[in-house]
Design a protein around this ligand. Structure first.
Ligand code: FAD
Length: 402
């Protein structure tokens, strides 16, 4: 008969619990990138709310290899898998600046991936290579004043004229719009063609001297509730001429191309939501242990303790959902329903966590000097950007044939 072991198994709450999708290499990146964000980015978070994040910080990130993580080595990237994008989004959460994180993500995870997937070798050398070096900044132009959720209703046109296309129309809410060197632009080449009339172009917004190209202007710089470190612009295109070779992907297939782009964008947004919820949780935990009321730390009241327990459970659910879905995406599946559900769940979850964290801070949570006040405003965008909650519900519902 076997003798019973004398060792007692106890819960190990301090375990780092590395998820199985990540390797030692991913964890090495996490350590070095987090340390960089904490040392060189976080100290500037307040200043950049006033001045916007400087282009030089993207260049610095590029020098350190943080921009090219998932792009092919032949274009200056490191050729890593999709999980590196998640690690990057998670590390950026230590910046304390949602606006900076969004500006970076638009470049690394929204505008450059379609250039890499759909671009010709020439386009990749002209736009992806300097993008990876941080020498050119990119933006993505889908939304228009008259069409946001309803992408097929966009009215910006690209009309063929010899070896060029002539672009007319306007885009709004464009992140990096005022600073970008080029934009991945969603246009209509066949205004009567519905979903099949949409085509993508890479459009230079500045010439080699840094002047705006003829016909392009930033008609308005928009003031926002949060994300103040990020510039958001309304862009106008009046007879902007683009060489035909700047068409990205196939003519008339832009709707499907951009739908693919949105999947990666939504997963990275989900990783950002989970990470930002974790940072809010950690900061609020510190506060709750320090703040005294009725002779004890407020974190020791059962009501507050249960708020933390609820938040921890929601964060963990969002994290597992994100990682499991990312694993499927990275392994060749196209799990649109799951990505959509993950984006919906994590953005709602992050907003709920922000709200509870403000509550636990009491009056201090309403004060600008506490980071939770900014995080609360910044995080709200996630239920709107990259597709609203209502559109996520539509996509999920329709995926069942309803
Ligand atoms: C700070 C910021 C940065 C952004 N950055 C970019 C960017 O870089 N590039 C870019 O292209 N866009 C960007 N956007 C735009 C963003 O993606 C859109 O705001 C979003 O897709 C919603 O579009 P809309 O604002 O036109 O709202 P609308 O589409 O007008 O929706 C208004 C409301 O109606 C609901 N609604 C619409 N259709 C339906 C439906 N079928 N069923 C049920 N409800 C519906 C929506 O859910 C929403 O609640 C940004 C937005 C913000 C605020």
């Amino acid at each position: 008969m076997a003798t019973a072991t004398k060792s007692v198994i106890k819960p190990d709450h301090a375990n780092r619990r590395r998820h199985f999708i990540f390797t030692d290499e991913h964890e090495d990146l996490r350590e070095s990138m987090r340390s960089w964000v904490q040392k060189e980015v976080h100290p500037h978070r307040n200043e950049w709310e006033e001045t916007l994040w400087p282009d030089s910080i993207l260049k610095r990130a590029a020098e350190l290899g943080f921009v090219g993580l998932c792009f092919p080595e032949e274009y200056g990237g490191q050729g890593g898998d999709y999980f590196y994008s998640l690690v990057r989004a998670e590390c950026m959460s230590y910046s304390g600046s949602g606006g900076l994180n969004m500006g970076f993500a638009v470049h690394t995870d929204m505008a450059l991936p379609p250039v890499e997937l759909l671009g010709t070798d020439e386009q990749k050398r002209k736009y992806l290579v300097p993008g990876i070096k941080g020498e050119k900044i990119s933006s993505l132009g889908i939304t228009e004043p008259g069409a946001g959720s309803d992408v097929a209703a966009i009215r910006t046109t690209a009309e063929r004229d010899g070896d060029e296309y002539v672009i007319n129309g306007s885009k709004t809410f464009i992140t990096n719009g005022a600073r970008a060197d080029f934009i991945v632009l969603v246009t209509k080449t066949d205004p009567e063609g519905g979903h099949d009339g949409i085509t993508l172009f890479i459009v230079d917004l500045k010439d080699d001297e840094g002047n705006l190209v003829p016909g392009f202007s930033v008609s308005r710089k928009l003031e926002k509730m949060g994300m103040h470190a990020s510039d958001t612009g309304e862009l106008s295109f009046e007879d902007v001429r683009v060489p035909a070779e700047n068409m990205l992907g196939q003519e008339g297939k832009g709707f499907y191309h951009i739908s693919w782009e949105l999947q990666g964008e939504r997963l990275v947004a989900a990783a950002g939501c989970v990470a930002s919820a974790e940072r809010m949780f950690e900061r609020t935990m510190e506060y709750a242990l320090e703040r005294q009321a009725f002779g004890r730390s407020i974190g020791k009241f059962q009501t507050i303790r249960h708020k933390f327990a609820e938040m921890a459970t929601q964060i963990e659910a969002g994290k597992q959902m994100t990682y499991a879905t990312a694993w499927r995406f990275a392994n060749g599946e196209y799990p649109v329903r799951e990505i959509t559900a993950t984006k919906l769940f994590t953005s709602r979850m992050a907003c709920e966590v922000a709200d509870e964290c403000v509550q636990i801070h009491g009056g201090y949570g309403y004060m600008k000097e506490y980071e939770i006040e900014r995080a609360y405003r910044d995080v709200r965008l996630n239920r709107i950007g990259a597709g609203t909650d209502e559109i996520m519900l539509e996509v999920i519902g329709r995926s069942y044939g309803l």
